[in-house]
Write a protein that binds this ligand. Structure first.
Ligand code: SF4
Length: 236
């Protein structure tokens, strides 16, 4: 049995990118920086069937792990459509592989959470929204949470990474639907670090709704807070 890995991201054991690329164009994007360094990489959306086959083969014999799928892009952007370079069918092929690898938990992140709605998620998939301002639209989360049980991802979570703008009151409403909160900062020197009181504030809101919190070291928080929801604890 292949041992689970340990990844610098902290909350995941490994990353896989059977679909890569993103057109959101965020100024702080790590994937963009990697593409600048390594010309073989690209931010153009693309499906990589050979990577999907490798993911299926290698993970079939790996200890139960948390796998972040799509760390080099956004698999659920609004550019994913029939006839495009990445189609909903490509995403379904990835989800089918995730369903077969039932010992693992697969985590996705998007800045376009309405993109989740058209798929039936296997029960081992966790779907997150990535936000920098802590003000995700509660309407979207009510919609996803309200899907029939067999069309809903196993759990949904919020990633404030990098946390660049203090949240507004809407986040309290969202925590009724979220099962996990991740907070992170920007990587590098001379970058913005969220003030500690912002983090205290959002952590308090999450805890009031019994939402576990994971704060990445790059957020610069004074305490180590690394909680996982029950369903994501795969150690043992
Ligand atoms: S959404 Fe993510 S992958 Fe896309 S540009 Fe922004 S940071 Fe990069």
């Amino acid at each position: 049995m292949r041992k689970r890995k340990h990844n610098a991201i902290g909350w995941t054991h490994e990353t896989r990118n059977p679909i890569g690329g993103c057109l959101h164009g965020c100024s702080y994007c790590y994937a963009h920086r990697m593409c600048d360094r390594f010309p073989a990489l690209s931010m153009e959306p693309k499906f990589y069937p050979e990577r999907l086959k490798k993911m299926q083969r290698e993970l079939a014999t790996t200890e139960p792990s948390r796998i972040f799928v799509g760390s080099m892009g956004d698999m659920f952007g609004d550019w994913v459509k029939p006839g495009a370079a990445v189609t909903p069918d490509h995403v379904r092929q990835v989800l089918k592989v995730c369903a077969k690898l039932e010992q693992h938990r697969f985590l996705f992140l998007t800045k376009n959470p309405v993109g989740y709605i058209q798929y039936d998620f296997p029960r081992n998939c966790w779907c997150g929204v990535s936000s920098t301002n802590g003000s995700p639209d509660p309407k979207v989360w009510r919609l996803i949470y309200g899907l029939p049980f067999d069309k809903r991802p196993m759990k949904i979570f919020l990633s404030l990474e990098p946390y660049l703008q203090r949240h507004n009151g809407a986040i309290d409403d969202c925590f009724k639907y979220f099962d996990w909160l991740i907070i992170g900062g920007q990587t590098g020197t001379e970058v913005f670090k969220p003030p500690v009181w912002w983090m205290d504030d959002v952590i308090r809101s999450a805890m009031l709704q019994d939402v576990p919190v994971f704060v990445k070291p790059n957020a610069g928080y004074q305490k180590i807070v690394q909680e996982y929801p029950e369903g994501l604890k795969v150690e043992g």
